[in-house]
Design a protein around this ligand. Sequence first.
Ligand code: PBG
Length: 343
Amino acid sequence: MNRFSATKPAGGRSVDEITGSRRLRRMRKTPWSRRLVQENKLTADDLIWPIFVIDGENRREPIAAMPGVFRLSLDMAVKEAEHAASLGIPAIATFPYVDMALRDDTGSHILDPDNIINRASRAIKAAVPEIGIITDGALDPFTSHGHDGILRGGIIVNDETVEQVAAAAVIQAASGADIIAPSDMMDGRIGAIRDALDVNGFQDVAIMSYATKFASAFYGPYREAVGTAGLLKGDKKTYYIDHANSDEALREAEQDLLEGADMLMVKPGLPYLDIIRRIKDEFSVPTFAYQVSGEYAMIKAAGANGWIDEERAMLESLLCLKRAGCDGILTYFAPRVAEILRG
Ligand code: PBG
């Protein structure tokens, strides 16, 4: 019996009569009981940190739409990777800023073993062997038009792009990447990358598929970060998934698993919690979300205005991604979160 309320609200039944004495607030009563029944936890083990790398030395270029995120020259990137490893962050994902002079219609610079991504892998692997390195196979940072594939006659050509992405994956693996994470959404890329890695002796290099990557407005700040914002004409709707669709996302996930993906990713994160849950329930495979640049920017902007508590919103959004079914999350907040979690 609740000692404070034997009354009957609105003259009807008492609360005990309504709930049958079931009171879900009992376990919420104290911090210790809340801790005891907490179902999900966020730890440093859940974090993958995406970083942007750029040529030069001692460079830390701010990205306007992503306060607190920088394009890093390799010396700086190595330092940050060391810091991330010391915080217990398992892996980083690298994205390049490529000068316009090195970009072309086919993104051919992705095949250069000495491009900034491959040099970053070698430098980080040598200095911080304990951190996992994830590289993207998509062409967008390397193309003059900012699309993820080879553009011919206004069409992103699938099979030719797949060939190039698979070749790039082999070079990335040879440079030290532990996980290849292709974000281009071409059909057949996972199988082609798996074949190419295996034929070249990289059976142990894993594939994290950006399996369900949606055509989304939330990628805006990233495009500033990698320098494609002003280049991109049109949209990516002929290769990314329509954000109205969920069954289609499941078919993409299934297909990538059949082709050999070791892990799946949902991107963006927070607006797609239903997709994460469906994938986890359906396939029971390691499932990740990418809390993308626009999600980061929203939390930062509202926080900076004092409209939300930035730190709490950050932690809540990440824990909710775990609750939805994520095994891990790519997030620009990774080092800050790891620092907070360390206490
Ligand atoms: C493209 C790519 C995108 C992101 C990473 N690689 C999307 C895009 O530019 O269309 C987005 C990452 C983010 O927004 O944080 N292959």
